[in-house]
Write a protein that binds this ligand. Structure first.
Ligand SMILES: Nc1ncnc2c1ncn2[C@@H]1O[C@H](COP(=O)(O)OP(=O)(O)OP(=O)(O)O)[C@@H](O)[C@H]1O
Length: 300
C-alpha cells in the first residue's frame, strides 16, 4: 500500500521569549493510504504543531515531512488534501453553501448537479436548513459542522482534522464519527487529533500518543486488547457476589479475568440479569493514563 504521510525525524524548535524550545522532537511516522490514524495527547503535547507541519504551515527545524511523497509546501502535494484546523478558519461572512461551493472550486471538483451536491452534503451534516445564513450567527458546533462538510464535500484523498469533535454535542459527535467511518469504508485516509478517546477508539486503525513533543507510543486496537487480561461486564440485575459493584441507575459492573468471561456471563443469565455490555478493561483511556503516570506535563 502506498504511503500518504511520512514524517522523518521531524523536529521543530521555536523561540519563546528569551529561550528556544523544542516543541517537536524527532518524530518518525508513516501513515498508509486508506489508514485512519488517531493522534492523541494532553494539552500542549504537540498535536496541532505536528498537524501544522504536515500541512506545510510550520517549516520543520530539521527532518522531513512528505505528503504523498512530496513536501507539503508544494501545491501539487496538497491537491485533494482537506484540512480542518482546531479553531476552524472559515470566513464567517459567508454561508455554509458558499463555503462548500468555494472549496469545490478550490479543489476543482465539478459535480454534475452542483447545487444538489452541495445541499446533500449540508444535509448530511444537519445544516441544510441554515445553508444561506452567515456563519457569524452560528454556534460553535454548527460552525464546526460547516467546516467538516466543506472538507468532506471535496471527497479528499487525505483528510486532516485537528480536534474534529470539539464543540460538538453528543448527537453531533455520533453524526461526525459515523460520517468519518463511512469515509474510511470508502478507502479514505484520515489523520486526526482528539481528546475524546472513546470516539477515537471506534474509528482509528492505529493510535499515536504524543507527550512533550515526542511520539511515545503507536498501537493498534488489537495490540491494546492483547495487553488487557480483564473484562468489564455491565448488566441490570442482582449483585450475587462481593466482586460485583453497583453503578448508577441500578446497573452493576463485574470485572473478571478474560478466561472467566463466559462462565460469568452464564452466571448473570442464570440470575435473571439483563446484559448491557462487555468491554476489555484496558481501554485506550486507561492505557494512555498509565503511560502518562509520572510524566511532567508542560506549563503552557
Ligand atoms: N509558533 C509557536 N511559538 C511558540 N510556541 C509554540 C508555537 N506553536 C506551538 N507552541 C508551543 O508548543 C507546544 C505544543 O503546542 P500544540 O498546540 O502543538 O499542542 P497540542 O497538543 O495541540 O495542545 P492542545 O490539545 O491544547 O491543542 C505548546 O507548549 C505551545 O505553546
Amino acid at each position: 500500500m502506498s504511503v500518504a504521510i511520512e514524517l522523518r525525524h521531524l523536529t521543530k524548535i521555536v523561540r519563546q521569549k528569551w529561550r528556544q524550545k523544542t516543541i517537536l522532537e524527532d518524530i518518525n511516522l508513516s501513515v498508509s493510504q486508506g489508514e485512519v490514524f488517531g493522534f492523541i495527547g494532553p494539552n500542549g503535547a504537540g498535536k496541532s504543531s505536528t498537524i501544522k507541519s504536515l500541512m506545510g504551515l510550520y517549516a520543520p527545524s530539521s527532518g522531513d515531512v512528505l505528503l504523498f511523497g512530496q513536501p507539503p509546501t508544494k501545491p501539487s502535494a496538497r491537491v485533494g488534501v482537506a484540512y480542518v484546523a482546531e479553531t476552524n478558519n472559515l470566513y464567517d461572512r459567508l454561508t455554509p453553501f458558499e463555503c462548500v461551493d468555494g472549496m469545490l472550486y478550490f479543489h476543482q471538483v465539478k459535480p454534475d448537479n452542483r447545487k444538489q451536491y452541495i445541499m446533500r452534503w449540508l444535509d448530511r451534516f444537519g445544516i441544510a436548513d441554515v445553508a444561506d445564513k452567515p456563519i457569524y450567527k452560528f454556534s460553535k458546533g454548527m460552525a464546526q459542522r460547516t467546516a467538516l462538510a466543506q472538507a468532506m464535500a471535496v471527497n479528499p484523498r487525505l483528510l486532516v482534522l485537528d480536534e474534529p469533535l470539539s464543540g460538538l454535542d453528543p448527537v453531533g459527535r455520533k453524526l461526525v464519527v459515523d460520517l468519518l467511518s463511512e469515509y474510511k469504508a470508502g478507502g479514505g485516509t484520515l489523520f486526526f487529533s482528539s481528546h475524546v478517546l472513546f470516539d477515537v477508539e471506534r474509528i482509528a486503525d492505529r493510535f499515536g500518543l504524543i507527550l512533550n513533543g515526542r511520539l511515545v507510543m503507536v498501537q493498534t486496537p488489537s495490540e491494546i486488547a492483547k495487553r488487557s487480561s480483564e473484562a468489564h461486564i455491565r448488566y441490570f440485575g442482582e449483585a450475587f457476589n462481593a466482586d460485583i459493584v453497583p453503578e448508577t441507575g441500578g446497573r452493576k459492573r463485574w470485572t473478571v479475568q478474560k478466561e472467566d468471561l463466559w462462565s460469568a456471563l452464564e452466571a448473570i443469565k442464570a440470575s435473571g440479569g439483563e446484559l448491557v455490555d462487555v468491554q476489555q478493561a484496558l481501554t485506550l483511556e486507561a492505557l494512555f493514563s498509565k503511560e502518562l503516570e509520572g510524566v511532567h506535563l508542560p506549563t503552557i
